[in-house]
Design a protein around this ligand. Structure first.
Ligand code: SF4
Length: 315
C-alpha cells in the first residue's frame, strides 16, 4: 500500500522507533515560527477541519500495523499542527482500541489546548510533547508569529490546564534563538511559565538546519548548556538539551537507504527539502530528519534562494 498519511518509521532520540502519522495537509498551522524547518506556514489557521476522511488514515494504519511491526511509538506529527484535524479523537480511539500494544505520542505547538474539548480528545495519548518558546507577548509575536486570534497567555493557560487534566507524560520543548528567547527577562518568564505548567521533562532545542527565516541561527552549544543549567537550577523537573543529537548506534541503518537516495539526488542537482519530498515521494518530515543529520555532520551546503533553501552535497 502506498501511504499518504504515514511516514517512517524514523529513528528518534526522543521517541525511539517512531511511526509518523500526519493528520493535516502541508503547512496548515496556527503558528508561522521563524525557525520552522519546513519553511513558512502557507495556511495560518486556527479553525479545525476533517481535512481527509478518517477512514483513509485508519486504512493506512491497519495496513501498516497488520504485521505487528516493532515500534516504540506511533506519533502524531507532520508538516502542520495535528490538533487542527477534527477527527483526531476518532483516530486516537481507534488506535488505542485496536492496537493497545503501541504507545501514542503527540507533537503539538499547544495553541489549541486552551479548548477543553480538544484537551479531552488527546488525553488517551501516552506522551504529549508541546512547545513553548516564549512567555512574553513580544517574543511570541517575533518568534512564533501566531494567527492574530492567538495570545501567549492562552497558550500557557492551555498547557497548565493540560497538566491538570492529563496524567500521562508531558515533555515540553523550548526552542532557543540566541539574543531573543534567552534574554535574562525572557528566561525568567519562561521559567515561571514552565513552573506553572509542570511538565515531566523540559527539552531545550536549537536550529539544526536552515529555518523559515535566514536570520535565525543555531545557538552556541555553550549558551545552550548555560540555559539548561539555569532552568535546571530553578525547576524541579529534569531539563536536557536535544539539539544536534546524532543518530543512535543501531538505528542509523533504518535511514541508510534514504541517506543514499538523498545524497545521489542532491549530488546531481541541489534541491530543497520540499523538492526531495516530491521527487522521492517521501514525507517531508523524513527528508527533514536526514537533512538535519547530514547538515550536522557537515556534509551539506545550504543556500537560500527565493524559492527556498537548496541543499548541495559537499562531503
Ligand atoms: S515549527 Fe511547528 S508550530 Fe512552528 S510553524 Fe513549523 S509546524 Fe508550525
Amino acid at each position: 500500500m502506498k501511504y499518504k498519511h504515514l511516514f517512517g518509521p524514523v529513528s528518534s532520540r526522543r521517541l525511539g522507533i517512531s511511526l509518523g502519522v500526519d493528520l493535516v495537509p502541508y503547512k496548515y498551522c496556527p503558528l508561522n515560527c521563524v525557525y520552522c524547518e519546513i519553511q513558512n506556514t502557507t495556511h495560518l489557521v486556527t479553525a479545525r477541519q476533517e481535512f481527509f476522511p478518517p477512514r483513509e488514515i485508519l486504512d493506512e494504519l491497519d495496513s501498516f500495523l497488520f504485521p505487528q511491526p516493532h515500534l516504540d511509538y506511533i506519533t502524531f506529527s507532520g508538516a502542520g499542527e495535528p490538533t487542527l484535524n477534527s477527527s483526531i479523537k476518532e483516530i486516537i480511539r481507534y488506535i488505542k482500541d485496536k492496537y493497545p500494544q503501541y504507545k501514542l505520542a503527540l507533537l503539538t505547538n499547544g495553541t489549541l489546548l486552551n479548548n477543553d474539548d480538544i484537551l479531552q480528545e488527546i488525553i488517551p495519548c501516552d506522551v504529549i510533547l508541546p512547545s513553548l518558546d516564549a512567555a512574553s507577548s513580544e517574543v511570541y509575536q517575533r518568534v512564533n508569529r501566531p494567527h492574530p486570534d492567538l495570545k501567549v497567555e492562552d497558550l500557557i493557560a492551555g498547557l497548565v490546564r493540560l497538566r491538570q487534566v492529563y496524567s500521562g507524560e508531558i515533555w515540553l520543548e523550548v526552542f532557543i534563538i540566541q539574543g531573543i528567547t534567552d534574554t535574562e527577562q525572557e528566561l525568567a518568564l519562561l521559567r515561571d511559565a514552565i513552573s506553572q505548567i509542570s511538565p515531566d521533562l523540559v527539552q531545550v532545542n536549537s536550529l539544526d538546519r536552515p529555518g523559515a527565516e535566514e536570520w535565525v541561527e543555531a545557538a552556541d552549544p555553550k549558551r545552550l548548556i548555560e540555559i539548561r543549567n539555569y532552568l535546571r537550577e530553578r525547576l524541579p523537573m529534569p531539563v536536557e538539551i536535544i539539539a544536534k543529537i546524532k543518530y543512535q548506534t543501531g538505528m542509523k541503518s533504518l535511514d541508510a537507504d534514504l541517506v543514499d537516495l538523498i545524497r545521489d539526488t542532491i549530488k546531481r542537482r541541489p534541491s530543497t527539502a520540499e523538492d526531495l519530498a516530491a521527487m522521492l515521494n517521501i514525507h517531508i518530515n523524513e527528508i527533514s530528519k536526514v537533512l538535519r543529520e547530514l547538515n550536522n555532520e557537515g556534509k551539506l551546503y545550504a543556500e537560500r534562494k527565493p524559492r527556498g533553501v537548496f541543499f548541495k552535497w559537499i562531503a
